[in-house]
Design a binder for this molecule. Structure first.
Ligand SMILES: Nc1ncnc2c1ncn2[C@@H]1O[C@H](COP(=O)(O)OP(=O)(O)OP(=O)(O)O)[C@@H](O)[C@H]1O
Length: 254
């Protein structure tokens, strides 16, 4: 199967301590792959390396067969790698629709040009509504972003990410910080994106049970190292993984 992303021996040290150590992974195109691991396993650091927020001490990253190890985050985005927005990138006093329209506009390269933006306004708006429907948030299109519930904000972030038309989505704990009642709706959104079949999804999750039925494959990080990789079933039955999660080493407090 064709890979969209490969890392070789990816490593980063912070003051002599390796937060990510010798990680070689391969993400096949159009798959849903999850990266799981307990607190401090190195998941977010790995994402920061993939998206270019951090530079590795050692190792390489190939995206669509191109070495992107030293490319800036915006160049990676332009190549088709999209990392979920943090909520700080959402304009709280704009409506949900306006936020997504701005993301569509930014993806189309229309910036600071009032007249060309105006002439294409309707087209951008239609596209924005399409993304809002994909995340099941079109009913809230006229609400101010600041009035959304946490789970709805997550959906808005995902809609804004989709508006950038990424081929690979990097999703960092999309269910973190939301109420337990809102979790199924987010998982439905992810399932919907997966079923459309044209995206590759790499998702970080702290809680193993959250992603097992959505994932085509699961990679487990532990102490910065790749502990295991395989189908959800393989991972569930893997003794090393069980001891990492269940052997008293795993802090499930967060
Ligand atoms: N900028 C940094 N400077 C020093 N140490 C760091 C830095 N960023 C991360 N670390 C350390 O690297 C290790 C991995 O952290 P990371 O946040 O990647 O883990 P994680 O798997 O995402 O954990 P969580 O599930 O709690 O978010 C931790 O020990 C953390 O303290």
């Amino acid at each position: 199967m064709e890979s969209i992303l490969k890392t070789r021996e990816l490593t980063i040290d912070f003051g002599g301590q390796a937060a990510v150590s010798g990680v070689s992974l391969e993400v096949p195109k159009h798959q849903f792959q999850s990266i799981i691991g307990p607190n401090g396993a190195g998941k977010t650091t790995l994402f920061n390396l993939l998206s270019g927020q951090l530079q590795p001490t050692h190792g390489t990253i190939l995206f669509k067969e191109t070495d992107i190890t030293h490319l800036s985050p915006p160049l990676r985005t332009r190549m088709g790698m999209g990392r979920s927005f943090q909520i700080t990138n959402v304009f709280p006093n704009l409506t949900v629709l306006e936020n997504v329209r701005l993301a569509v506009q930014s993806s189309a390269g229309v910036r600071f040009n009032f007249f060309s933006a105006l002439s294409r306004f309707k087209q951008f708006e239609e596209e924005a509504v399409h993304y809002l429907k994909s995340v099941m948030l079109d009913g809230k299109r006229d609400s101010l972003a600041k009035h959304l519930a946490h789970g709805e904000k997550r959906k808005l972030e995902i809609a804004m990410l989709l508006a950038l038309k990424p081929e690979l989505l990097l999703l960092d704990e999309p269910t973190a910080g939301i109420s337990i009642e809102e979790v199924p709706a987010i998982l439905d959104v992810l399932r919907g994106i997966k079923e459309q079949g044209d995206k590759t999804i790499l998702l970080i999750e702290h809680k193993m049970d959250m992603v097992l039925d959505l994932s085509d494959s699961v990679t487990v990080l532990f102490n910065g190292k790749l502990l295991a990789s395989g189908s959800p079933q393989d991972i569930m039955n893997n003794e090393l993984v069980q001891s990492a999660y269940l052997g008293g080493l795993y802090d499930d407090a967060s």
